[in-house]
Design a binder for this molecule. Structure first.
Ligand SMILES: Cc1ncc(C[n+]2csc(CCOP(=O)(O)OP(=O)(O)O)c2C)c(N)n1
Length: 553
């Protein structure tokens, strides 16, 4: 093995290059100047952000859309705590990511030195692994392990902290080598058992979710579903895993699930969870599958053995990444006329009806026709991002996702995710349209990253649904405490002026028919844009108004 003599900062950057890193997001700090210096002329693209939460969410979005760890660098203390918002998303959503955090010098630790935090204690629950690199000679070992941990089994974030004095030390260290991807294939006998279970079934149901998919697996699974005519639902915010116009598509297994679909999942005689954990949101608060003994015969495929049987005891547990399981399905022979063909067709019909946007609604701007316009005018390969809020319901229920890698949205329900996720997506796929859906509450959580889009020439289109309230919470509030409005009203800046002040393009939409032309002008502007859609707060869900929720009518 060759060795090299370099500073800790240089060794970090060398290890990133050895692992194929092309870009990082960061907010700089004096605690890791030596790394910043090593990035100079490194060829690695640096996306300088305005708040570490946004920077970490950009790295999460890269990880989500590539399967390779997104890399983020932040300073100690306040930088790290800001970034923890993005760490939490990556943890809950099983996204590979590595967060590098500057740390106080080794001889100052345990004095509560300036901005000192003991990250191995503080971030244990936020990350798959938290390591502190005490010795610059061990940088290749730590970084290679970080890549392996972030991507293997159930992917997730890793935190590596970098004592400031370690980074300037010049040492002889082994030359960094790329990490080895850990694959996890299903066994032959497991595939045979899966085939038997499917043969015996009358009412099968597949739910796809999680990560460790690929474009090829997406295509191959669509082929499998077409050959076997099985119904397929997508777990919450994993909608890009299955073409919504595929005749097997049964709908979104998320918040506000189609009741007909929920019934079919409960009444299935074979339930196949492919990559999904079926956590609180997709399981309708753990009501679709009994814990610990499901009524349905359960096949659970997941890349981490610790997840299998944790909540739901499976009849057949297969420890494999979805992509590798799907590859094994090619060998299976489909029945000539599956017993469930008609049921699958009926479920798809039910989905098509469920996903038809309403034409009416309170106020002069109606989201239903706006969604119809988007469906007809935005390309199939456009990437949609969002954070949390009722506005996202319009996207989840009415947008028909067609292709792989067209969605970047937090299953963890983190507000403020959509804008940084869009910036990252556009940087990754400059030739594709990237549309950020945001509420007025959600947008303002990381609205400062709009300048990052401007700075790097990333013309994202933001559809900012402004109803002047923290709508989701107001909805819950009116239901639980009718008429007692507390802490859910907002005032907002002029979002058109905001976009312009940042050097972007802005439009205000106050009538439904103005949306299409505004969108086309935003697209033509070639600039990052905000289309502010003024929505009546009464239009809180596609089917119920705030007043109806308050009055329980
Ligand atoms: C970081 C974070 N803080 C708070 C919440 C709780 N929360 C969920 S939705 C929501 C309101 C979202 O408001 P807005 O973006 O305006 O969308 P709307 O619901 O009005 O459509 C809040 C406060 C959250 N999910 N994430």
């Amino acid at each position: 093995m060759k060795s090299v003599t370099k500073t800790g900062g240089q060794l970090i950057v060398e290890a990133l290059k050895a692992n194929g890193v092309k870009r990082i997001s960061c907010v700089p700090g004096e605690s890791y100047l030596a790394v910043l210096d090593a990035l100079y002329e490194s060829g690695i693209g640096v996306l300088v952000c305005r708040q570490e939460g946004g920077a970490a969410m950009m790295a999460d979005s890269w990880g989500r859309l590539t399967g390779e760890p997104g890399i983020c660098m932040v300073t100690r203390g306040p930088g790290a705590t800001n970034a923890s918002a993005g760490l939490h998303v990556a943890r809950q959503d099983s996204i590979p990511m590595i967060l590098f955090v500057g740390q106080v010098a080794r001889d100052m630790r345990e004095r509560e030195a300036f901005q000192e935090v003991e990250y191995r204690r503080a971030f244990t629950e936020f990350a798959k692994w938290v390591g502190e690199i005490d010795d610059a000679r061990r940088i290749p070992e730590f970084v290679t392990r970080a890549f392996a941990v972030a991507t293997s089994g159930r992917p997730g974030p890793v935190v590596l902290t970098l004592p400031e004095d370690m980074l300037v030390e010049e040492v002889e260290a082994p030359e960094a080598q790329p990490y080895t991807r850990i694959e996890s294939h299903p066994g032959k006998s497991q595939i045979a058992a899966f085939e038997r279970a499917l043969k015996e079934a009358r009412r099968p149901m597949f739910i796809v979710g999680g990560t460790r998919w690929s474009e090829e697996a997406h295509r191959d699974f669509a082929d499998f579903a077409a050959r076997f005519r099985v119904p397929v639902g997508c777990s919450f915010r994993r909608q890009m895993l299955f073409d919504h116009l595929h005749p097997s598509y049964a709908g979104d297994v998320g918040i506000g699930i189609n009741p007909a679909l929920a019934r079919e999942i409960k009444e299935a005689d074979l339930l196949v969870l492919l990559g999904s954990r079926m956590s609180e949101m997709p399981s309708s608060s753990y009501t679709l599958i009994d814990i610990p003994y499901p009524k349905q015969k359960l096949v659970h495929i997941f890349p981490d053995p610790e997840e299998l049987g944790r909540l739901y005891r499976p009849d057949l547990a297969i420890c494999a990444a979805p992509a590798e399981f799907v590859a094994a399905l090619k060998e299976l022979e489909a029945p000539a006329s599956p017993a469930w063909s008609e049921r699958t067709g009926a479920m798809h019909e039910s989905y098509l009806k469920w996903s038809k946007p309403p034409e009416d609604g309170p106020g002069p701007v109606k989201m239903g026709p706006i969604m119809t316009w988007i469906e007809e005018n935005v390309p199939d390969d456009a990437i949609f991002t969002n954070g949390a809020g009722n506005y996202a319901t319009w996207l989840h229920r009415f947008h028909r996702f067609r292709k792989y890698n067209t969605q970047s949205a937090p299953t963890s329900g983190s507000m403020g995710y959509g804008l940084p996720a869009a910036v990252a997506a556009k940087q990754l796929f400059p030739e594709r349209e990237v549309v950020c859906f945001a509420g007025d509450g959600c947008f303002m959580m990381h609205g400062q990253e709009f300048i990052t889009a401007v700075r790097y020439g990333l013309p994202i289109i933001t559809v900012l649904v402004n109803n002047g309230i923290y709508g989701t919470i107001r909805m819950h509030q009116e239901r639980e405490y009718p008429g007692r409005v507390s802490a859910t009203d907002l005032i907002n800046p002029d979002f058109v002026a905001y976009a312009q002040a940042f050097g972007g393009y802005g439009e205000l939409v106050e009538r439904t028919e103005d949306f299409g032309p505004a969108y086309l002008r935003a697209r033509a502007s070639g600039k990052p844009s905000i289309i502010e859609v003024r929505l009546d707060p009464e239009a809180i869900t596609p089917t119920r108004t705030l007043t109806q929720i308050r009055n329980k009518t």
